[in-house]
Design a protein around this ligand. Structure first.
Ligand code: PGA
Length: 263
């Protein structure tokens, strides 16, 4: 059975003090839950990964380093190992902070920073080369949804950006389906719309890599997911957790989502 993941994408929010306060609050809530819970229930919690801005990675990682309840990842990386790329951050640098994950191809990167599938493939290569777990994001715009081309758009993003990986390597990748029209808008895909796309993605994985491999890969939903709608969304057979933006900035809201992903 696939273990669910709940990932919090803080985007470009919070001061350092606020980031540490949120991390510590989450740690207290999770530890309290674990103390109260039967040991069987502790193992039912999903994997939790936080994606703070780069400059907070080390400090947020340090909050969780001893209890291991939460992992930390970066919101982006540069594709090269090192070099004259002022302002950029390499996957090796992210790894050296203790972070273990990285978001690749979030729709805000695709839209505002013109990241295309060719570039994202290079970033994936850089991230995997450093042993980071990439969360590869895909998703259609409102226009694509309304013109009924949404499945084709997501298919293209996966085929061009991801499906060049071999069968062993693809297993290290997590996919996040995030319909662009649902991100930060308060509009959520219905549980049926989410499951339909997740099933489509798993079918594509199965055609390319075989049934067994497809069954091992986690596919997260993202887009205005919150403590109220998470349980319904995560109930989809092919929905393996969520990538959460706004609702990850408040510890209790985020823990509500984490609880909805208990197996
Ligand atoms: P949202 O963002 O939950 O605020 O819609 C999700 C994301 O962008 O990953």
């Amino acid at each position: 059975m696939r273990k669910k993941i709940v990932a919090g994408n803080w985007k470009m929010n919070l001061s350092l003090d606020e980031a540490l306060a949120l991390s510590n609050e989450l740690k207290v809530i999770i530890n309290h839950h674990n103390k109260q819970a039967h040991s069987r229930d502790v193992s039912r919690l999903p994997e939790v990964v936080l994606f703070p801005p780069y400059v907070y990675l080390t400090k947020v990682h340090d909050v969780f380093v001893h209890d291991g309840s939460i992992s930390v990842g970066a919101q982006n990386c540069h594709h090269a190992d090192k070099g004259a790329f002022t302002g950029e951050v390499a996957a090796s640098m992210i790894r050296s902070t203790g972070a273990t994950h990285v978001l690749i191809g979030h729709s805000e990167r695709r839209t505002y920073f013109n990241e295309d599938d060719a570039l994202l493939s290079q970033k994936l290569k850089g991230a995997l080369g450093q042993g980071l777990v990439p969360i590869y994001c895909c998703g259609e715009s409102l226009e694509d949804r309304e013109s009924n081309t949404f499945k084709q758009i997501v298919t293209d993003q996966l085929v061009k950006g991801l499906f060049w990986l071999d069968k062993d390597t693809i297993k290290s990748v997590v996919i996040a389906y995030e319909p662009v029209w649902a991100i930060g808008t308060g509009l959520t895909a219905t549980a049926e719309q989410a499951q339909e796309m997740h099933q489509h993605i798993r079918q594509l994985l199965s055609e390319k890599y075989g049934h067994d491999t497809a069954e091992q890969i986690r596919i997260l939903y993202g887009g205005s997911c919150n403590a109220k709608n998470a349980a319904e969304l995560f109930a989809g057979k092919d929905v393996d957790g969520g990538l959460i933006g706004g609702a990850s900035l408040k510890a209790h809201d985020f823990f509500g989502i984490i609880s909805s992903a208990c197996s």
